[in-house]
Every structure is written in C-alpha cells, then in structure tokens.
Design a protein around this ligand. Structure first.
Ligand code: MG
Length: 248
C-alpha cells in the first residue's frame, strides 16, 4: 500500500512538473523511459513462423512434446508435417505446463465432409486443460453460435464466422491470461482470452466465466498457476500443424 502511495505521489509530482515544462516550452526528455529495455526477440520469417523465444510444441516431425491426458504416449497420427486426431485414442496434452501465453496453432478439418452441427470436424484447444477454444468446421455448417469455431465453448460466440472451407488450413493466434486465485481458493481474477482466426479478431479480451462445461453453468475451481495445454479428441480426424507458444 505504502509503495502504491509513493508511486502515486511520484506520478503526481512528475505530471505536475511535466505540465509546467510543457507550459514553458518543455523538455521532451522528461517523458522518455529508458529502463527497462525490452529484450531482443528475432521474429519468424513470416508471422506464422515461431519467433526466437517460442517453445515449438509441434514442428511437423513427432509428438515428443505431447502425451496422453491419462498418461502414456500421445497416440495421435503424426506424418507429412501434421498431426491428426486418431479417433477414440483420447485427449492429448503438452508435457510442459503453461499459464499466461501467446499461442499459434494451425488446424484443418477433414476435406471429406461428414456429419453436421457439432459432429463435423470437431476438436478443441483447451488452455490449462480446462478452457476450450472450439475447433469445428463451420463453413456452411450451422450450430449454436456459442459452440461454433472461434467460440469459447458455451461462453462466448465469435465476433464473426471467418472459417475457411473444409480441407483448408486455418490459423489461430491467441493471447491467454490465466485466472488468479486468492490464498483462500476464491477467485482473484478471471481467465481472459483474445483470439485471431485467420488474422481476423474473433474474441476480444473475453473474461471467461469458469472452466468449460458441456452441461450447466461454468464455475471456477482453484487450480495450479500452470497446467498443460490439451487438444480434444471429439471423434473426428482433425489435423494440427505449426504449433508454438510463448510464455508471457
Ligand atoms: Mg470441441
């Protein structure tokens, strides 16, 4: 609290002094900040490529960063630069745990269109294994709006439907902020998410209501600061490729 008031009074003194400087013609140096200096990161060749400080979770070669959600090896297919849901083998999750992060992930629903609504190219990206960003073929395929591609499942519909046709690769770029909990396990701050699908904003800093639920109202249950990222097996052979993450 003391720190806060010190900071507040410093800000007030600074801004009063800055206003005076501006009135007198001004010293632009007063409003320059030099420390700390942002660290250097080498960007990818394109915005799809992993920058130098990213952890590559799938580079098209193997599932070494992944395991079955119930333990054991990840049993999904991995070939020709992509991984594919092997229906019935279950959810896979990263070996490493993550909290706040930036995630890039590319996905492709099957070109052979089968099923409708939630049954067509369904998978999903579960942040911390709990909070689902839906993956679904919603190219001329209607389902409930808060359950279509780009939705935070059953919580927030996407701002627009920017799905490519089935069989084409699509990309999600996501900023996820983990929820925070107080020492007594009550919620301190909600999880938040911003999502771009194929470069278009579909979720704008949405505050999640709790963990994803198929039935009923989502609620928060206290959990660790970091948990594995999971990908859903919903019985459809959805593909993923070029997955990288930056811890924030
Ligand atoms: Mg799903």
């Amino acid at each position: 609290m003391k720190k806060f008031y010190c900071l507040l009074s410093l800000t007030m003194i600074l801004s009063a002094s800055m206003k005076a400087q501006v009135r007198e013609g001004g010293d632009p140096k007063l409003s320059e900040v030099w420390q700390p200096e942002p660290r250097v990161v080498t960007p990818g060749r394109t915005s799809q490529d992993a920058p130098s400080d990213a952890i590559v979770l799938f580079d098209g070669k193997d599932l070494s960063q992944w395991q079955g959600a119930k333990g054991g090896d990840a049993k999904w297919k991995s070939q020709d630069g992509y991984m594919e849901v092997a229906p019935g083998t279950g959810i896979i999750q990263t070996k490493k745990a993550f909290g706040d992060c930036q995630l890039h992930i590319e996905w492709r629903t099957p070109d052979a269109v089968k099923g409708e609504g939630q049954g067509r190219g369904n998978s999903g990206i579960f942040f911390m294994g709990l909070y689902e960003l839906q993956v679904l073929d919603n190219y001329h395929n209607r389902t409930y709006s808060n359950g279509q591609a780009g939705s935070i499942y059953k919580q927030s519909m996407p701002l627009v439907n920017v799905c490519r046709p089935p069989g084409e690769w699509q990309a999600y770029d996501i900023i996820f902020t983990a929820p925070r909990f107080n020492n007594d396990s009550t919620l301190k701050s909600t999880a938040r998410i911003t999502v771009f699908q194929n470069g278009v904003l579909v979720q704008n800093n949405f505050s999640l209501w709790g963990g994803t639920e198929y039935i009923g109202i989502p609620v928060y249950k206290v959990h660790a600061e970091k948990l594995p990222l999971a990908l859903q097996d919903h019985g459809n052979p959805v593909r993923y490729r070029n997955i990288w993450i930056r811890e924030l």
